[in-house]
Design a protein around this ligand. Structure first.
Ligand SMILES: *Cc1c(COP(=O)(O)O)cnc(C)c1O
Length: 449
């Protein structure tokens, strides 16, 4: 075992070292070589060292170097050193995080990190927390709590009796709602198409003046951090209106909620803490390994009621049982890496990480704007949208940038126009990474001109 683990660590270190020089996207030949995995199920056992060798030889070159400093696609964090090392140790522990009796340390570190996160993100101290695979499942988890609470108020037990025959729940979303919220609503029986959509402004923010009349049977889904622009729905105004009407407010803050951890940017998330539930990711801006998201619910009992199960052999103690707050039962101890990330950065380190990503994004926007390209959004956070001319020109530049390998940016369509998305979310990105990447984009866009 010791030799095998040393071999794994040596290979991991070589992979990490190579990040500085390898292309960000894998070469087509490396992707084609994945066909070597297409073999019949082996009839006989194989030496674990040989299995690892094969995985490294074929698998490592076919990864995307998202943990390096020059990946700017989607909203993708890297892996903080402390979180990565904690992940390795926790993998060796192989703890089942369902019940406290199965892993006291997993239960403890969830509690500690949940408390630190509530503090850091400005959320209510008593809010219940569930550790999920990501923000999609955190949205689902929090919205299940909302569904529970609203129907209980209406005299209906949704966990026992389901939705057939239940009093209707209305769901209000902004036109720019993230697809994962719609997915969560569909899984909860609340439907994607029956939502009431509120128009948004030029930055994708929900227009508070266009809210429909709300009621105690309404869930309002806000967004903290639009995936294209980084913009925030006006939470203070909408939370006040919603609560006057007895409605529930849920905030999808997958990455944007982390603005609250930086004093200079916290104003963007103003009012988000007034909501009733929140979803966020740790694998985005906190830079812990996949998969890691957290659902928070102001009234922890609502979350517990929506997620709890019982069976004779599952004897829960008096303390918080992790699986009473998540859709999963058996699952890995993902609180470990959240704890390690926060323990290593501290409050100042998180604020600095958020600040650096925003500064790098502004540098990209300024550099591209001064070369004559158009930045389509107000760059308020770590997201910028760039057009290189008409849609075809923009798509061609994105494609060539991805093939060039210096860095990686994705594309989108923003208000009818093709755009390159600049999304800086990694602790690993340095000023030098930004300058090298900017130079590559300018070179490619310039020759396309
Ligand atoms: C990334 C993202 C999600 C989905 O998060 P996953 O971790 O991929 O499940 C939801 N909402 C927003 C705003 C996001 O940026």
């Amino acid at each position: 075992m010791r030799e095998l683990l040393s071999d794994a660590c040596a290979r991991a270190a070589r992979y990490t070292d190579a990040l500085a020089t390898r292309p960000v996207a894998p070469a087509p030949a490396d992707i084609a070589a994945l066909a070597r995995f297409d073999e019949p199920l082996p009839e006989h056992p194989e030496d674990p060292a040989a299995v690892l060798h094969m995985l490294d030889e074929i698998g490592s070159p076919a990864t995307v170097a998202t943990t390096g400093g020059r990946y700017f696609g989607f909203v993708t964090g890297g892996t903080l050193p402390a979180a990565l090392a904690a992940n390795l140790l926790a993998a060796v522990w192989d703890q089942n995080g369902a019940y406290r009796v199965m892993s006291p340390v997993a239960a403890k570190l969830e509690e500690v990190s949940a408390a630190w996160l509530r503090d850091l993100l400005g959320l209510p101290g008593q809010a219940g927390a569930g550790f999920t695979t990501g923000a999609t499942m955190a949205n689902l988890t929090a919205l299940a709590a909302a569904r529970h609470a609203l129907l209980r108020t209406a005299g209906w037990d949704v966990e026992q009796d389901g939705l057939f025959g239940a009093p209707p729940i209305r769901v209000v979303v902004g036109d720019e709602v993230h697809a994962s919220v719609l997915k969560a609503l569909s899984l909860l029986g609340l439907g994607r198409a029956r939502v009431e959509r509120v128009p948004t402004d030029d930055q994708g923010r929900m227009r508070a003046d266009a809210l429909p009349a709300l009621s105690p049977s309404t869930i309002v889904c806000l967004q903290a951090g639009n995936v294209n622009t980084g913009a925030f729905d006006p939470a203070a105004e909408i939370c006040a209106a919603a609560h006057d009407a007895g409605a529930w407010v849920h905030v999808d803050g997958a990455f944007g909620l982390w603005a609250a951890a930086n004093p200079r940017l916290a104003h963007l998330a103003a009012g988000a803490a007034d909501a009733d539930s929140w979803a966020t990711d740790a694998h985005k801006w906190l830079n812990v390994p996949y998969d890691s998201g957290i659902a928070f619910v102001r009234n922890a009992d609502d979350l517990r009621a929506a997620m709890t199960v019982g069976a004779a052999y599952l004897i829960a103690g008096a303390d918080r049982e992790p699986c009473h707050f998540t859709p999963d039962m058996s699952r890995r101890a993902r609180g470990v890496e959240v704890w390690a990330g926060l323990r290593s950065l501290g409050r100042a380190g998180v604020a600095d990480l958020v600040d650096r990503c925003c500064r790098h994004t502004r540098r990209f926007a300024d550099g591209l704007r001064s070369a004559g390209y158009q930045v389509l959004n107000d760059v308020v956070l770590n997201q910028a949208l760039v057009s290189f001319g008409d849609d075809e020109a923009t798509r061609r530049v994105i494609e060539q940038v991805q093939a060039d390998g210096t860095c990686w940016f994705g594309g989108t369509v923003w208000q009818g126009r093709a755009a390159m998305r600049v999304s800086v979310s990694s602790w690993a990105t340095t000023d030098d990474d930004v300058e090298r990447s900017l130079a590559a984009v300018l070179r490619i866009a310039g020759s396309a001109r």
